[in-house]
Write a protein that binds this ligand. Structure first.
Ligand SMILES: NC(=O)c1ccc[n+]([C@@H]2O[C@H](COP(=O)([O-])OP(=O)(O)OC[C@H]3O[C@@H](n4cnc5c(N)ncnc54)[C@H](O)[C@@H]3O)[C@@H](O)[C@H]2O)c1
Length: 507
């Protein structure tokens, strides 16, 4: 019996041992629980399972398990979510979300929340949120910008309409004969006529002007022409350009203008002239200096030849101009002697014509404006003082002839036909056809009593003398001033373009 009991205990122990030792499926652990299709894989080895997984690809659940395994935690995925901690499932969800096509970000207010998440909402004015109002104001800004652009386009068209499409006739000069010519003060009265002449001759013209007394509209008929350039520049500062010839005209010329800022007038005629002569020296250009009959002051020699040294008050109200021009001449001959600069000096006498300033206080412009407005014609002093006036195209012919000549001494350019101021007043009144009275006012300090050029030098060395009769020149000037007075806004143009026949050497 004892033997039988021992055998039974042994059998039981063997069975228990067998159970506790386990079956071959134990090593698979829970990897083998499910293949994703609900079937149990028990009994397969790891290699077989891996191969099956490779063929089928990981299911989301298997991905969850593999992530859990990677993190070394064999917990259920939902444990972390329940605990509110980021767990392996978050990684998976992230991976799944990233694998989905991304929707563009939705603008707040463009969709209604809830089940109709993607239903488009058309806002009415009442339920607009601040972003919609912002959108509205941007739309308004856009409309305003569009309106302003249209307005600008209209203005550009108007401005383009002002610039003449057709330029005055210009002779074609080939490269060999065409010069590059600088005119300082070229936007002024005399300078702008010189521009016309040189442009019509076919040269390249550069104007440098600070517009103190000059105006852009004096040369506006050349703006945009390939041979023309306008530079806003004050000649008291150096100018660096390449040119063949320079006409130095920059300086206020009428008493109210040059007396307005006497120090600046002196600077323009001294520092400005040094800059021009320095430029001429650097580039080897020929230079013509516009001097004046004022260098003779109140003359005690009559008529005035170039050899007369003058009678100038060095501290009077006109001295800034008179002495400034005298220094300008002195500088020219110093540069000629010391630096071998090729200089010409023109002593210009009273000149008149279209584009003169309306109110610069000069005799001709004063008398014409007063007569055209039927006002009294005012004479300073007795009216017996004399003047001789040349028309501007005659002066331009003289300047160009002097520049072209080999003559280097100063040359008077003026009309020797002398008249009293009283005579001028009566001639102008008759030409305008008005009934203005002629009245006398007190004489002006340092006003010269007689002024008449001796032009024998000009006749002899540059074959020049004025040609335009007084009445003819005055009629052109009166016509110009009449049109000027008729202007009431900027779009009414008064562009004076001289006939080519006005210039002797263009005939
Ligand atoms: N018109 C005459 O009767 C007359 C007589 C004698 C001499 N001049 C001389 O002829 C020249 C031209 O005279 P205008 O009657 O044409 O005078 P204007 O005043 O009409 O022209 C002078 C020009 O020079 C410019 N200018 C003045 N200072 C300048 C500066 N610092 N830098 C650059 N530009 C400057 C002005 O803006 C203007 O365009 C002047 O040198 C003047 O002294 C003229």
């Amino acid at each position: 019996m004892k033997q039988f009991l021992a055998f039974g205990v042994t059998i039981v122990l063997v069975i228990c041992l067998y159970k506790s030792w386990g079956s071959p499926t134990n090593g698979v652990s829970h990897y083998a629980y499910d293949d994703g299709d609900g079937s149990v894989i028990g009994g397969e080895d790891n290699a077989a399972i891996d191969q099956k997984h490779r063929r089928a690809g990981p299911s989301p659940e298997r991905l969850v398990l593999s992530v859990a395994d990677r993190s070394g935690q064999k917990q259920q995925p939902n444990d972390d979510a329940a605990a509110g901690r980021p767990g392996p499932l978050d990684d998976v969800e992230l991976a799944l979300a990233q694998s989905k096509p991304q929707r563009p970000p939705l603008r707040k207010g463009a969709f209604v929340a809830g089940s109709a998440l993607e239903r488009h909402h058309v806002p009415s004015l009442n339920d607009l949120d601040p972003d919609d109002l912002d959108h509205e104001s941007r739309l308004n800004e856009l409309h305003e910008a569009k309106r302003q652009i249209l307005e600008l386009e209209r203005k550009i068209q108007e401005l383009e309409g002002r610039i003449p499409r057709k330029y005055p006739d210009v002779t074609f000069l080939n490269y060999k004969n065409r010069k590059r010519i600088l005119i300082t003060g070229g936007a002024g009265f005399v300078g702008s006529h010189l521009v016309d002449y040189l442009m019509m001759q076919g040269h390249e013209v550069i104007v440098a002007d600070n517009f103190f007394t000059g105006r852009k509209r004096n040369v506006e008929h050349w703006l945009g022409h390939e041979n023309f350039e306008l530079i806003h520049h004050d000649i008291v500062n150096p100018l660096f350009i390449e040119v063949d010839e320079i006409y130095h005209l920059a300086s206020p010329a009428s008493p109210p203008h040059y007396m307005y800022n006497p120090v600046k007038t002196i600077k323009t005629n001294t520092l400005g002239t040094i800059n021009v002569l320095g430029l001429a020296k650097r580039v080897g250009a020929k230079v013509l200096i516009a001097s004046t009959s004022e260098v003779y002051g109140d003359p005690d020699v009559h008529p005035q030849p170039e050899t007369y040294w003058g009678h100038v008050n060095p501290i009077g109200p006109r001295a800034c101009y008179d002495e400034g021009k005298r220094v300008s001449e002195t500088l020219s001959y110093a540069y000629a002697k010391q630096e071998k600069v090729n200089v010409r000096v023109a002593r210009i006498f009273n000149t008149y014509g279209p584009r003169m300033h309306m109110n610069d206080g000069r005799v001709v412009s004063n008398f014409i404006i007063q007569a055209l407005q039927n006002q009294s014609i005012t004479i300073y002093g007795s009216g017996r003082q004399t003047r001789s006036f040349q028309y501007v195209s005659d002066l331009v012919d003289g300047l160009v002839s002097l520049m072209a000549s080999n003559y280097t001494q100063p040359v008077n350019l003026g009309n020797p036909v002398e008249r009293t101021i009283q005579d001028f007043a009566e001639i102008i009144r008759d030409l305008v056809g008005c009934k203005s009275k002629i009245i006398e006012l007190p004489a002006v300090e340092d006003d010269p009593q007689r002024r008449k050029p001796d032009i024998s030098r000009a006749k002899k060395y540059i074959n020049w003398e004025p040609r335009v009769p007084l009445q003819e020149g005055l009629m052109k000037t009166i016509d110009y001033f009449r049109k000027e007075l008729a202007r009431s806004n900027h779009s009414q143009r008064n562009i004076f373009v001289p006939e080519t026949t006005e210039f002797r050497s263009l005939l």
